[in-house]
Design a protein around this ligand. Structure first.
Ligand code: ATP
Ligand code: MG
Length: 230
């Protein structure tokens, strides 16, 4: 779950961006829309505990984000999965070693079996010993998604996951994100200005005629100018 009240934040001391209040239940999906520069990545950084808000309060996965330092780092590593726009896979490490960093960051013992299982669930188990330069774009994205969900996070934050993908790959990436979040019972936040992603989430939220309910979808749109705090 994610609950924010009166959040405002800024990168590098500029004019703070004021964000609408958000309530997303555990397992729900938040679509965070807005044009380039409107603050989507900034919002994700605040909710991930990477950037302290200038104002306001927030609760993520049941915990108020008030502390910082090593305790917050370990909490984030344990409970928040992050799929950044630039994947940030370490070029010097193999796929499996990139994932092993997650356990290390969370202060957990190594767990090669879990890494193998997670890569297999995303169909990329055979890539475990490759280095990132030897992956296709779609493979690299699956590896980054495996890294984000390795510890079954309560919250999964995805920043423009379809921006650089063609239609087919974008469709597959969105389906994979939704399926992975649903299976893990994670709250998914998808930040995007891609109309294809918006359409896909709206479709997933529509009541399914066979299975009943669609996903719980909440949506906020950031607007560059109206966000500015005077
Ligand atoms: N590291 C940074 N240092 C200083 N300012 C930044 C930094 N990152 C972003 N900003 C500024 O903060 C504002 C919000 O940027 P942000 O990256 O959150 O937008 P966004 O909605 O994610 O855009 P995009 O769709 O292009 O990814 C912009 O004015 C941007 O220039
Ligand atoms: Mg961004």
């Amino acid at each position: 779950m994610i609950r924010t009240r009166g959040l405002a934040a800024t990168f590098g001391g500029g004019v703070p961006i004021r964000f609408p209040d958000v309530d997303v239940p555990q397992g729900g999906v938040l679509l965070l829309r807005g044009p380039s520069g409107s603050g989507k990545s900034t919002w994700l950084a605040v909710v991930a505990g990477l950037l302290a808000p200038q104002q306001g309060s927030l609760e993520v996965a049941g915990a108020p984000l008030v502390t910082n330092g090593p305790a917050l780092d370990a909490w984030r590593a344990r409970h928040v999965g992050f799929l950044p726009q630039k994947l940030h896979l370490s070029a010097a490490l193999t796929v499996a070693q990139n994932l092993a960093l997650v356990h290390w960051a969370a202060g957990l013992p190594p767990d090669p079996a879990r890494i193998e299982q997670t890569l297999a669930a995303l169909g990329v188990a055979e890539l475990a010993t490759r280095r990132p330069h030897a992956l296709s774009g779609g493979q690299a994205q699956r590896v980054a998604l495996a890294r984000a969900v390795l510890l079954a996070p309560r919250v999964l934050l995805a920043d423009e996951p379809t921006a650089s993908l063609d239609d087919e790959a974008a469709h597959a990436a969105l389906a994979l994100l939704l399926q992975t979040a649903t299976q893990a019972g994670a709250t998914l936040v998808l930040a995007t200005h891609d109309a294809r992603a918006v359409q896909a989430l709206h479709a997933a939220a529509a009541p399914d005629q066979v299975c009943g309910q669609g996903i719980f979808l909440n949506e906020i749109t950031l607007h560059r100018l109206s966000q500015l705090v005077s």
